[in-house]
Ligand binder design. Structure first.
Ligand code: FPP
Length: 254
């Protein structure tokens, strides 16, 4: 992770550098229209496209989307199958568009649970877009924040077994380098659509100092105007990172 918000005060800007989104409300969007829940997910793919375009246009560098949580396997089998099909279709159809927009695609999560064809498409899409640097789009799939912390701990201790006998050496920087998004700065802005106000096991380590924005808008209805509204809200937040408001004002006056 570029800068740890708990070790140093990160640079901030009017436009968030890293936006993380829980795309909730697809099922309710569909039910309201007497459509199957899966129609909401299909419509949700269009909102993903719009969010990528808008973030690219506005200069956001990292966009991370929670597409499938470790807990989503608990859903009805036909819904899980449809979601997997949507991932496959998106990977087959969208890579050319991502290339045009200079988007580097990353997929994080326990990918071993996915069928081999999907795993292969993920690897191909990542390789094809690896040289792009305008916007880093990360899809969290079969991801959970607790899974991430555990996999990081296991990998850290396998790579550096000496740390087990000298735990004082386990500093934030060491541990963070094993998290699945170690290459990205922490999210500045977290958005959850669909009216719920919780983090649902998403990036629980990295969201320590993110600004949390919740909207009732269902994900399929979340377009450019809604994203701009979230950015406007973000611009008006006072990001103190543990300092007092007076300290911040004294700094901006000097
Ligand atoms: C939550 O809505 C949404 C999901 C679990 C899946 C999100 C998937 C997509 C937007 C489509 C595929 C994405 C990509 C990147 C190809 P919900 O089903 O929990 O809605 P509800 O709360 O109204 O039931």
């Amino acid at each position: 992770m570029a800068t740890s918000s708990t070790r140093t005060v990160p640079q901030t800007s009017a436009i968030p550098q890293h936006v993380a989104i829980i795309m909730d409300g697809n099922g309710r969007w569909a039910s309201k229209r007497l459509l199957p829940r899966t129609a909401g997910h299909a419509k949700g793919v269009q909102s993903v496209r719009r969010a990528v375009e808008t973030c690219g246009k506005l200069g956001v560098r990292y966009l991370t989307l929670f597409a499938f949580s470790s807990e989503n396997w608990r859903r009805p089998a036909e819904e899980v199958t449809l979601l997997m099909r949507l991932f496959v279709q998106a990977l087959e159809r969208e890579v050319a568009r991502l290339q045009e927009q200079g988007v580097c695609l990353h997929v994080v999560g326990d990918l071993s649970a996915f069928e081999p064809r999907l795993q292969e498409l993920i690897l191909q899409a990542q390789a094809q877009t690896a040289h792009n640097d305008k916007l880093h789009l990360t899809i969290a799939a079969n991801y959970g924040g607790r899974w991430d912390i555990l996999q990081a701990t296991r990998r850290m201790l396998s790579a550096q077994p000496d740390l087990a006998t000298d735990p004082e050496k386990i500093q934030e920087e060491v541990f963070e380098s094993y998290l699945s998004m170690a290459w990205a700065p922490e999210p500045d802005l977290f958005i959850r659509t669909g009216g719920e106000q919780r983090i649902s096991n998403f990036l629980i380590w990295q969201l320590a100092y993110a600004e949390l924005y919740f909207t009732d808008c269902y994900w399929p209805d979340f377009g450019e105007d809604e994203l701009l509204h979230a950015f406007e809200w973000y611009r008006n937040r006072e990001r103190r990172f543990g300092r007092t408001s007076a300290q911040l004002h004294a700094k901006s006056a000097s």
